[in-house]
Design a protein around this ligand. Structure first.
Ligand SMILES: [Ca+2]
Length: 421
């Protein structure tokens, strides 16, 4: 795939479902929380050629301009679409790139233009591929403009301006130098690059390094989403929050849908068997019937309408995607993992759990976590006098760990001489 999948940043596994016969149109419903800036839908099945239909929580069809098809392979029966929040007002989508751009028509020096872009969380245009180059050229007939490329720091070493630092232009990367460019510049004078657009210009169209103190229009770019994104109410450029619906139809056979979102609401979890523990294991214990998930969730702070986000339920489901058990989360004060679930036992060594809560704007968030359960200690594996019961070792004083294998430090961090083996 040419486009990269930005959902890998702050990615969350939100939803999955399987329907055994999708020859009649089927609807899949999934929640998108208020901190989501983009999400990706994976659809599997022998899909009809017209593709999927997507409906927002307000019941409006979601147009193709906000939906980027990253991948569609009928022979593999897969399709991947990214749904991304629109560009901020005044910015234009670079379709299929997850970028927005804006022209600064007033002429500035390269450094001034760079500062104007940076002030809006943007950078002077970085052109990584010919698609974007074509978009820019189509927008600026007969006008030269600054792009982010420059060799200001070291003569002949061109780099792309970024918000923090820069990216070197290396040999494998896309370039669009005007014929003969860049020319030798022994005096280190022509160090900022314009996109030369004038038809019949003496140097020809393409990238040309010129003096940075010339004043030119410029083009800024930024992503559809920001790292410090905070949702607002009724902003037309937020991704609509709430329950979305995806319509899927196959020519024959089943369909399967997975949704990954890119949201600032991140869930970190571990497993404990002791209700007071604030640190646990990466997996639950198969033999125990009192496993508990402990969890920490980011971006739960009260919003302007005063709701604090709240983790609510742990749904444990079996391989066929049916719910086996629902546990409840309780909030604990002064713990790093501020939520703890009611106890559960593992339905299998590997299973999925779906964790749901309400975000600080009152919208449902949902995360699917693959869970593994370990065999854990057996009756004869507890060390240092630990007693085995219900799938775990109860350790003697001064010993800890799953097998009581670890000495607790006393006496200011030095093991007690009488307790070291
Ligand atoms: Ca130069």
């Amino acid at each position: 795939i040419n486009s990269y999948v930005p959902t890998l940043y702050s990615g969350n596994y939100v939803y999955e479902n399987y329907i055994s016969d999708c020859t009649a149109p089927q609807s899949f419903y999934f929640p998108i929380d208020s901190h989501t800036q983009a999400y990706t839908i994976y659809t599997y099945g022998q899909l009809v050629p017209t593709g999927n239909t997507l409906t927002t929580p307000r019941g409006m069809p979601w147009g193709s301009d906000g939906m980027v098809n990253l991948w569609s392979d009928t022979s593999m029966n897969t399709r991947v679409d990214q749904i991304i929040r629109p560009c901020d007002p005044g910015w234009t989508d670079v379709v299929a790139d997850g970028y927005c751009y804006k022209f600064i028509y007033q002429p500035y020096t390269w450094t001034q233009a760079e500062q104007i872009c940076h002030a809006e969380g943007a950078i002077l245009a970085t052109v990584f591929d010919g698609n974007f180059e074509t978009v820019l050229e189509g927008q600026a007939i007969n006008v030269d403009f600054w792009i982010g490329l420059n060799d200001r720091d070291q003569e002949g070493v061109f780099v792309w301006d970024q918000l923090n630092g820069s990216i070197p232009l290396t040999s494998g990367m896309f370039t669009n130098w005007a014929p003969g460019q860049p020319t030798p510049d022994p005096g280190h004078v022509t160090n900022c690059v314009i996109q030369e657009m004038q038809v019949g210009a003496p140097l020809g169209k393409g990238w040309v390094p010129v003096n940075c103190n010339l004043t030119k229009p410029a083009v800024c770019i930024k992503r559809n989403y920001n790292y410090n994104y905070e949702p607002t109410f009724d902003s037309e450029n937020d991704l609509p929050k709430g329950i979305w619906s995806l319509g899927v139809q196959t020519q024959t056979g089943p369909c399967y849908v997975k949704v990954y979102s890119q949201s600032e609401i991140q869930l970190y979890h571990q497993f404990v068997v002791n209700v007071h523990d604030d640190a646990g294991l990466d997996g639950a214990i198969k033999a125990a019937n009192d496993n508990r998930m402990i969890a920490h969730v980011t971006h739960q702070e009260a919003s302007m309408i005063g709701i604090e986000g709240q983790l609510q339920y742990l749904h444990i489901y079996k391989e066929n995607l049916t719910i086996q058990d629902v546990e409840i989360f309780y909030q604990r004060s002064t713990c790093a993992f501020e939520y703890i679930s009611t106890p559960f036992s593992c339905p299998a060594y590997n299973f999925n759990a779906m964790v749901t809560g309400i975000d600080s704007m009152g919208y449902l968030y949902q995360r699917i976590k693959p869970i593994f359960c370990m065999s854990g200690p057996t009756q004869y594996s507890c060390q240092h006098g630990g007693a085995f019961n219900n799938g775990r070792c109860y350790c003697q004083q001064y010993w800890t760990g799953q097998y009581c294998e670890q000495a607790i430090c006393v006496n200011g961090g030095f093991p007690d001489a009488s307790e070291t083996a």
